[in-house]
Design a binder for this molecule. Structure first.
Ligand code: ARG
Length: 459
């Protein structure tokens, strides 16, 4: 038998393979609540505008609540033959309230319906990501405040570069996740226009009130072009783009945690709650959560690229290709939320190994720049000469198997006779970080100022 929703012109029903490739109910049932909210807003508008009888509108709105409660209770029977969530809900509504159900789809198409449902779903994800990012930022601020003056190595090329503070390193991620947060907010603002009322593609001849449905669903306004309204998926791509950048940040941090928790670094101890053991090696404590964050990020990037590929060749307006948008976004959103929560938990629970950080901070000639700066500041040398002299001293220390502060004054004076005992005051790591007081620098006072600024932002 042909499809009862659209089968009027069909003599035969679809092949089983047609049904399998066409149906989206297995995944778009995740938009059931959004679909019902959209239909309830549409029905109320149809009634208010006199497009359908107000009592029919009321029956539809009530009936949809019954359907929603069945879905929430898990008693709803989904049917693949009914393709998608939209037709599943409408078919059940017909069983519940009878004839008025057939009036719901007046002045509407599944094209504006699905765009509306999906926008509502993605909008919730922007909000969820915002909440999770705020929680992660708060956890980082606790670490940063506690360790505002704990020295650790700062790296470039993963080689010791200059000492920094633990707090400074944590605050670097606060800045990154803070931008991720603002990207989510920006995109949410941009996408908050209602497609409902665009109908199939051209708008409708019924006197619909698009402002009314837009506001009922929390949109700022109706979208201004019906072709665009049903064709646009850039809101989903902006979500995936923002999610991808956020995921990239999570992955970099996860990578650092993997390195830092290794026996060779021992910068941090991850809590037992966010580590796992080995079934053969009894000593093992593995940073699996960090590794899985690093790995899951690939799925989010993949979703971003996949949806770009789906969309890039589509002529206006709707094509069925667009049905492929949802699984990508669902999977990316699930994994982003999991990764954010896992990272927040790890950050909350981890403890920095302060003595080890301090010891590492002083190794690798990390205060060489401080020595060069001293030669400029105190002896008035051009920086390039100071750089060369310091390099020579590093070479001597390296040959001798010691660090810069272990050289004697006499040894230093063989390289430049103006060097005095005062130089040793800048070779310590504490002194090094304390001196980096430029705005945004690693000096504890600067770090504390940034923590305070962020607390103000979050308050
Ligand atoms: N399941 C479809 C989707 O997800 C709903 C829209 C179908 N529209 C249509 N004209 N066939 O895109």
């Amino acid at each position: 038998t042909s499809n009862k929703m659209w089968g009027g012109r069909f003599a035969a029903g679809p092949d089983a393979i047609m049904e399998a490739i066409n149906a989206s109910i297995s995944f778009d049932k995740r938009m059931a609540a959004q679909d019902i909210a959209g239909s309830r807003a549409h029905a109320a508008m149809l009634g208010a505008q006199g497009i359908i009888e107000p009592n029919d509108a009321e029956a539809i709105r009530e009936g949809l609540l019954t359907v929603l409660s069945e879905i929430e209770a898990g008693t709803f029977q989904y049917s693949t033959a009914l393709e998608d969530i939209h037709m599943n809900v409408e078919a059940r509504l017909k069983e519940v309230i009878g004839e008025p159900a057939g009036r719901l789809h007046t002045g509407r198409s599944r094209n504006d319906q699905v765009a509306t449902d999906f926008k509502l779903w993605v909008r919730d994800q922007f909000d969820a990501a915002e909440g999770a990012l705020l929680a992660l930022i708060r956890a980082l601020l606790v670490q940063a405040e506690e360790g505002a003056d704990w020295v650790m190595p700062g790296f470039t090329h993963l080689q010791p570069a200059q000492p920094v503070t633990w707090g400074h390193h944590m605050m670097a991620y606060v800045e990154m996740f803070g931008r991720d947060l603002s990207r989510m907010r920006d995109a949410r603002t941009r996408m908050n226009e209602s497609p409902l009322g665009a109908a199939a593609l051209a708008g409708t001849s019924f006197p619909v009130d698009r402002e009314m449905t837009a506001h009922a669903l929390g949109f700022d306004r109706p979208s201004a072009n019906s072709l665009d309204a049903v064709s646009d998926r850039d809101f989903a791509l902006e979500y995936l783009g923002a999610a991808s950048i956020c995921a990239m940040h999570l992955s970099r941090f996860a990578e650092e945690l993997v390195i830092w928790s290794s026996a060779q670094f021992r910068f941090v101890t991850l809590s037992d709650r966010f580590s796992t053991g080995s079934s053969i090696m009894p000593q093992k404590k593995n940073p699996d959560a960090a590794e899985l964050i690093r790995a899951k990020i690939g799925r989010i990037f993949g979703a971003n690229v996949a949806l770009m590929m789906v969309m890039k060749g589509l002529p206006l307006a709707y094509s069925k290709d667009m049905q492929e948008d949802k699984e990508q976004v669902f999977d990316a959103a699930d994994n982003l939320m999991l990764a954010l929560a896992a990272m927040e938990g790890m950050v909350r629970d981890m403890s920095a190994n302060r003595p080890q950080l301090a010891a590492a901070a002083g190794s690798g000639f990390s205060t060489a720049t401080d020595l060069a700066d001293w030669l400029v500041r105190v002896l008035g040398l051009p920086f390039r000469d100071a750089h060369h002299i310091t390099g020579t001293l590093v070479g001597i220390a390296e040959k001798q198997g010691c660090d810069l502060p272990d050289l004697t004054l006499v040894q230093m004076q063989t390289v430049h006779d103006g060097i005095t005992q005062d130089v040793f005051s800048v070779l310590g790591v504490e002194n090094s970080v304390n001196s980096r007081t430029s705005y945004g620098g690693t000096a504890p006072a600067q770090v504390r100022a940034q923590v305070a600024r962020w607390k103000g932002i979050l308050a």
